[in-house]
Design a binder for this molecule. Sequence first.
Ligand SMILES: [Zn+2]
Length: 118
Amino acid sequence: MTKRKDEMRRKWRPRKARCLECKRAFKVKRRGRAPSYCSGKCRNQAYWKRKSQGPREVAARTIQGIYDRAFVLRVAEEVVKILQQGGVIPAPEPPQLKPKPKAASPLRLVGEDSGDNH
Ligand SMILES: [Zn+2]
């Protein structure tokens, strides 16, 4: 009974983990988040490696992210349109345009009523 529990716990929280950077096994503390690196040094190294992967990599990932989001948006729009056509959800009311009140310009033409009597 206890043995089984222990095994289950070990599954969730391994006592040892492999460092993602130097691939060495290291002991995991019993509390807190299970670390991915054996030391701050390795974590730092991995960070800089990631950083120096180059702007190309970063740009490619960013662009892919934009494409993904654009795709999701397009699908969502399509779904909304279909639901509106099917009468599942009400069609949006056209936006009501309020006429902008014409604000009187605080600027005045020079010499319009200040007499130019030279
Ligand atoms: Zn390491």
